[in-house]
Design a binder for this molecule. Structure first.
Ligand code: SF4
Length: 385
């Protein structure tokens, strides 16, 4: 049986390119929204006909960016309508849109809801004015909180807040104070990521010349574990390394990535993947520059930049790498059914040392990280690749 099908829609435009950002985002004062909408819907119709996707209804849709809340609501409407017409959307589908607090418009929020968006992910990042300035965000702390209230007033009952820790000069107390304020807002979901200096960003260049006073490893580790403790006390389930939800309200779309589900990706720089039964997996990624993407999608129907196929062994390794990010770990039975091997037996040579160090728990029905292993999740999971 096929896994649930997902749709990712990339909106690559931003008012300002934050210096730490390594997403496919582009500063544009006046994007050609009409051409971009046409490119998205053209591409979606084309992918809906692809044999691996045809006849499968969408279980989730995610508008990510860039800044999707900059897009005219008519674009969001058009993409969802096209998805409904050409793919079909499950009645209980989760439809998320990322919103930047600096681009909030109450009418737009209401229209997104009417279009079918039922979950908002707000890029709050911090509630400290100095930290927000350093991050080069286009909003202040008050705007971040009022964006949340506007979303609630518009009727959104499922809201995520994105927060970032490990900022220059930040100590544990400062981070926990931001986290507490966010918890008091009672969002259904929180994503808490540590700042990383990504290569090829402006931040990487300035940090190389004159390093910023980032928290040391011990402080960062305390922030990581205290975040888990505080959120657990507040009733949030740590269902992934950096993601926390009120019971039953995990982000189904992102969880689908960690479960290695198939997805269609449309938009500049978006990627998609599908299983090839009994073989492996195929993945594509799109042209990244918005204008070149639009041109390609409108003339060819798709805008593929690269495409690759993984054999079954390579796909199994990727599925293991991603699955270990989930607190529930990897379901051994489901993995066996999908890849024809037991995940523990198959990856024992790479994982045995982690088990010996009590970083990995091998249960009858799952392979998962222990609480101490979670802090080393990236290293442990990468050992199977
Ligand atoms: S708003 Fe988000 S996507 Fe845009 S530049 Fe800043 S971090 Fe990147």
């Amino acid at each position: 049986m096929s896994s649930p099908l997902q749709l990712y829609v990339h909106i690559p435009f931003c008012v300002h390119k934050c210096h730490y950002c390594d997403f496919n985002s582009h500063e544009r004062t006046k994007p050609d929204w009409s051409a971009y909408q046409q490119a998205l819907t053209t591409e979606l119709k084309q992918w809906a006909d692809q044999p691996a996707f045809a006849g499968r209804k969408l279980a989730t849709i995610f508008f990510g960016g860039g800044t999707p809340s900059l897009a005219p609501p008519s674009l969001i409407h058009a993409v969802i309508d096209t998805a409904r017409m050409y793919c079909g959307i499950e009645p209980d589908a989760e439809i998320t849109l990322e919103a930047n607090p600096g681009t909030i418009d109450a009418d737009n929020f209401r229209t997104y809801r009417q279009a079918g968006v039922n979950r908002l992910s707000i890029g709050m990042q911090s509630l400290d004015a100095n930290e927000l300035r350093w991050l080069e965000r286009i909003h202040g702390a008050d705007e971040a909180v009022s964006a949340y209230q506007t979303a609630r007033d518009a009727g959104f009952a499922n809201i995520n807040l994105d927060l970032m820790y490990g900022l220059p000069g930040q100590d544990l107390h400062g981070w926990l104070s931001t986290l507490q304020t966010a918890i008091e807002l009672a969002p259904e979901h929180l994503s808490c990521y540590q700042l990383t200096v990504e290569p090829h960003t402006r931040l990487a260049a300035t940090h190389a010349k004159k390093p910023y006073p980032l928290p040391d490893d011990d402080t960062s580790l305390s922030m990581f574990f205290e975040t888990r403790k505080e959120l657990s006390t507040a009733g949030y389930d740590a269902y992934e390394i950096s993601n926390f939800c009120q019971p039953g309200l995990k982000c189904r779309h992102n969880d689908g990535y960690w479960l290695y589900h198939d997805y269609i990706g449309i938009g500049a720089g978006a990627s998609g993947k599908w299983d090839r039964p009994d073989q492996g997996m195929t993945r594509y990624s799109n042209i990244r520059t918005p204008e070149s993407y639009i041109e390609a999608a409108l003339s060819n129907g798709t805008a593929i930049n690269t495409q690759e196929s993984l054999n079954r062994d390579q796909a199994a390794a990727e599925a293991c790498w991603l699955g270990l990010r989930r607190s529930a770990g990897i379901n051994r039975h489901a993995f066996q059914q999908r890849f024809g091997v037991d995940v523990w037996e198959h990856f024992k040579p790479q994982l045995q040392a982690w088990k010996n160090d009590d970083m990995l728990l091998i249960r009858n029905d799952s392979v998962q990280l222990s609480e101490s292993g979670i802090a080393l999740a990236d290293t442990i999971s990468a050992s199977v690749l």
